[in-house]
Ligand binder design. Structure first.
Ligand code: KDG
Ligand code: MG
Length: 408
């Protein structure tokens, strides 16, 4: 069996999804997602210029050897661009393998360990009452877990993922007006004065059953993060996410020494070598890799297995930048992984997105039911794809009030 061709598509409804379609001489095709938010053209170029010309003629059933060929074969290894490109190939090969075996990918991994997987939504507010309304709306829809992000009183601009004005909804992460980023101004002192009490108010209002998550988005220094994690212990967070920048694995040790608040990190990691010390030293509780830029199912599974040895559960990244293809790959791992924790999930299900990526996967009462269709269980409509072109966009950048550049 041989790979005969592969195509890359960039675009989508309100997002630049990078979709890979691999064709074979047996008529079976596979789909992968290489979307790297705000840098989408780069994995697409790596696929088109280098990986696809090498892929043609290979046997798609040999997904492990193909992964090793691209990873070990590249002298300059790792990094989100390369790993997103390998990830897309790998997902597409698992999709093909599942279709050939007439089995859903979760069965190839070892079968279902649960009937449905817990997900969390994003509640956000320009201020605390606005956030409370947003949380209440998600609870009404059946969500059992909600990430909460709030505008901070006195902060010169809205901070990470919150709107400027109350009552608005939408994506506050990517601005599609061009590649020059907007600037957010950040003030750690105001954040630390406000946020612990706000989280305590949320717990009082919604009671003990709600799973409350909060994302610091890499903004604190290790000592500040340790103090924050300690201050919010009585809230009983499900997790505190990205308290410090992801590059420094040792920073998490200080937090662990001072607080029992569960810690989640890893959405910017792209290899097992970004988190092996964190996991082996049991400094975190949840690993937040994304199957997309952690090298696909083949590499993500190695991270999940290492995590399982050390009581670390999964909490895969699921920002709306991931297409339904990589989300499906994650849902299959979630169905199988013995150490599954939770899945970040933002409903992409607009009619346009469903038309582009038809599938039988479904969310019900805050739980995700993976489709039993062979392979990943998502299709891709090329005629629909022709309606969308690449749109340049950017995350904001963050500065302190004196102009110093800070972590987004
Ligand atoms: O592209 C960046 C986003 O994916 C990221 O900011 C989202 O932190 C994020 C999250 O937890 O979803
Ligand atoms: Mg995050």
């Amino acid at each position: 069996m041989k790979i005969t061709d592969a195509k890359v598509f960039v675009g989508g409804p309100g997002k630049n999804y990078v979709t890979l379609k691999i064709m074979t001489d047996q008529g079976v095709y596979g789909l992968g997602d290489a979307t790297l938010n705000n840098r989408e053209t780069l994995p697409a170029a790596y696929l088109r210029d280098y990986l696809i010309p090498n892929l043609i003629g290979m046997d798609p059933r040999r997904s492990e050897d193909i992964w090793q060929f691209f990873y070990r074969g590249a002298y300059f290894r790792r990094g989100p661009i390369a790993m997103a490109a390998f990830g897309a190939i790998d997902m597409a090969l698992w999709d093909i393998k599942g279709k050939l075996a007439n089995m859903p990918v979760y069965d190839l991994l070892g079968g279902k360990s649960r009937e449905a997987a817990l997900v969390y939504a994003h509640a956000t507010g320009a201020d605390l009452p606005d956030l409370m309304d947003s949380i209440a709306r998600y609870i009404e829809q059946g969500y059992k877990a909600v990430r909460v992000q709030c505008g901070i009183p006195g902060m010169p601009t809205a901070s990470y993922a919150v709107p400027d004005e109350t009552g608005s909804t939408g994506d506050y992460i990517t601005d599609f007006s061009g590649i020059r980023p907007k600037v957010e101004i950040w003030d750690t002192d105001r954040y630390l004065r406000f946020m612990p009490a706000a989280l305590a108010d949320i717990r009082d209002r919604f009671g003990p059953d709600l799973k409350i998550l909060h994302d610091v988005h890499h903004r604190l220094l290790p000592r500040e993060a340790a103090a924050f994690a300690k201050a919010v212990e009585p809230v009983g967070l499900y997790w505190l996410e990205d308290p410090t920048p992801g590059e420094d694995q040792e920073a998490l040790r200080l937090i662990r020494q001072h607080a029992t608040t569960p810690i989640a990190i890893g959405e910017v990691f792209n290899s097992i070598f970004d988190c092996n010390r964190l996991i082996e030293n049991e400094l975190i509780d949840f690993i937040r890799i994304a199957v997309t830029y952690a090298g696909g199912i083949t590499h993500a599974r190695r991270i999940v297995d290492l995590a399982g040895l050390h009581h670390v559960r999964t909490g895969f990244h699921g920002a709306p930048s991931h297409s339904p293809i990589s989300m499906a790959a994650q849902h299959h791992i979630n169905a199988w992984a013995p150490n599954f924790g939770i899945q970040e999930y933002l409903v992409l299900g607009t009619p346009e997105c469903d038309a582009l990526f038809p599938s039988e996967h479904r969310l019900e009462d805050g739980l995700f039911h993976v489709s039993d269709a062979p392979g990943l269980g998502v299709d891709f409509d090329e005629a629909e794809a022709a309606r969308y072109a690449y749109q340049p966009g950017s995350h904001p950048v963050v500065r302190l009030e004196d102009g110093t550049l800070w972590n987004y």
